[in-house]
Design a protein around this ligand. Structure first.
Ligand SMILES: Nc1ncnc2c1ncn2[C@@H]1O[C@H](COP(=O)(O)OP(=O)(O)OP(=O)(O)O)[C@@H](O)[C@H]1O
Ligand SMILES: [Mg+2]
Length: 141
């Protein structure tokens, strides 16, 4: 988790992204925590355990002048079924926070797990439909 946070901080600092740095860090924390848990559950269900450093979880940070695109990959092919968000609950808030901050958020199941994609725009500018479409279509996993 610290590695993920440090990596995203480095990328943001390199490009002087200040306005959305907090939101991006929050999303990375939520998604990487979920992905680490999903990886562990996936292993335990198959009768093995993974230490945190063995879990095949990956974070990619793609910087563009108008947005930051985060991709978190984990080995569990099951895509979460979003339960109705209740922000007063103590657990189960991560994904609703992500949804409230992200301009775009989607999942891509694949043969070796899934990827969670989140796009955060500078100054919370909404994406144009053609930009959202382009972003979704360009990714393979
Ligand atoms: N990467 C993932 N793979 C599989 N299931 C997931 C993943 N991320 C979330 N989920 C499922 O979606 C549910 C909701 O996720 P969310 O992050 O909103 O809440 P939480 O992780 O249970 O609690 P909190 O984030 O508040 O600590 C999780 O409980 C989990 O069942
Ligand atoms: Mg969570």
């Amino acid at each position: 988790m610290r590695t993920a946070r440090n990596h995203v901080l480095e990328v943001l600092a390199e490009h002087s992204v200040d306005d959305i740095a907090e939101d991006v860090q929050l999303i990375v924390s939520e998604l990487v925590t979920n992905a680490m848990r999903a990886a562990q559950r996936f292993a335990v269900n198959r009768g093995v355990g993974w230490a945190w450093y063995e879990r095949p979880v990956a974070l990619r940070v793609i910087y563009r002048p108008a947005w930051v695109h985060l991709i978190v990959v984990d080995p569990d092919p099951v895509v979460p079924d979003p339960a109705p968000a209740d922000l007063l609950e103590e657990n189960g808030r991560g994904l609703s926070i992500v949804d409230s901050v992200a301009a775009l958020h989607w999942w891509m199941p694949g043969d070796h797990g899934k990827a969670c994609h989140v796009v955060v725009t500078r100054e919370q500018t909404p994406l144009k439909p053609e930009e959202a479409d382009m972003l979704r279509r360009r990714v393979i996993l």
